[in-house]
Write a protein that binds this ligand. Structure first.
Ligand SMILES: [Zn+2]
Length: 250
């Protein structure tokens, strides 16, 4: 980590280093969370999805995943070799939002061109990762977010630190808007081939800042490497890269 500065935790007065681009810190000594710009007050809830899985349990989950399911080389569990297993407590914004997209457009794919209009709506707990360098799938609907608890250092395994955020709440909302718009437009494309107009309205609830324990695993199979992400709370595979199916099936 390249350090740009140091602040004093307003809660316990411990000196804390921070890196370029970081906007929110979590004190490693007392668990206090605030803006690195100490003149701004942090008023939102801070939660954690409590880590529950050990290193070995996660390794077992990955082995099992390699050995079961469709479209995997048959010898993946045997030949796949884990090169790296990294544990990070990654900050996310949980963005509760109701979004409505109304659209009008042309349907041309069958027969004569017709004009169609419609609406796509949804209520979401949208996850936005609050760090740019962490590679996670763009949409994670699979996390059991209702099992989050208020953040406390006592929830952290020894030696694991909560990563600071690089994205603040307003930026997270903007990012959620962009992603939801794309998501809705994709769904609208089932009815319309060319849009004449489209508009999305958003109604945001209170955002929550939440740390999620994630395991980043890199494995090697037939001299190529692939990534797997497992959540350290429930053990779900959030990302599972696979070798091309034809490899190994002969
Ligand atoms: Zn502190």
């Amino acid at each position: 980590m390249s350090v740009v500065g140091e602040i004093k935790c307003p809660h316990c007065t411990a000196p804390l280093a921070y890196a370029p681009g970081e906007v929110l810190f979590t004190c490693r000594y007392c668990g206090y969370t605030g803006y690195i710009d100490l003149s701004v007050q942090f008023k939102l809830a801070h939660s954690i999805l409590p880590p529950r899985l050990s290193n070995q349990e996660v390794a077992d989950i990955v082995k099992k995943w390699m050995g079961t399911g469709f479209a995997k080389p048959r010898d993946l569990a045997k030949k796949g070799k884990v090169l790296e297993q990294r544990y990070l407590l990654v900050p996310f914004w949980l963005v509760p939002v109701k979004a409505t997209t109304t659209y009008r457009g042309l349907f041309v794919r069958l027969g004569p061109q017709t004009e169609k209009s419609g609406k796509v709506e949804g209520a979401y707990d949208w996850f936005i990762v609050a760090r740019s360098g962490v590679k996670v799938p763009p949409r994670i609907f699979d996390l059991p977010i209702s099992e989050r608890v208020p953040f406390s250092l006592s929830n952290l395994p020894v030696g694991v630190e909560a990563l600071n955020a690089e994205l603040d709440a307003e930026e997270a909302k903007e990012r959620a808007k962009q992603q939801i718009k794309l998501f809705h437009v994709e769904r609208a494309k089932e009815n319309v081939d060319r849009f004449i107009e489209q508009k999305t309205d958003y109604e945001f609830g209170q955002l929550t800042y939440v740390h999620v324990p994630l395991w980043f695993i890199r494995y090697e199979y037939r001299s190529a490497t692939y990534d797997v992400i497992v959540d350290g709370h429930a053990g779900r595979i959030l990302l599972g890269e696979l070798p091309p199916a034809e490899i190994g099936i002969f």
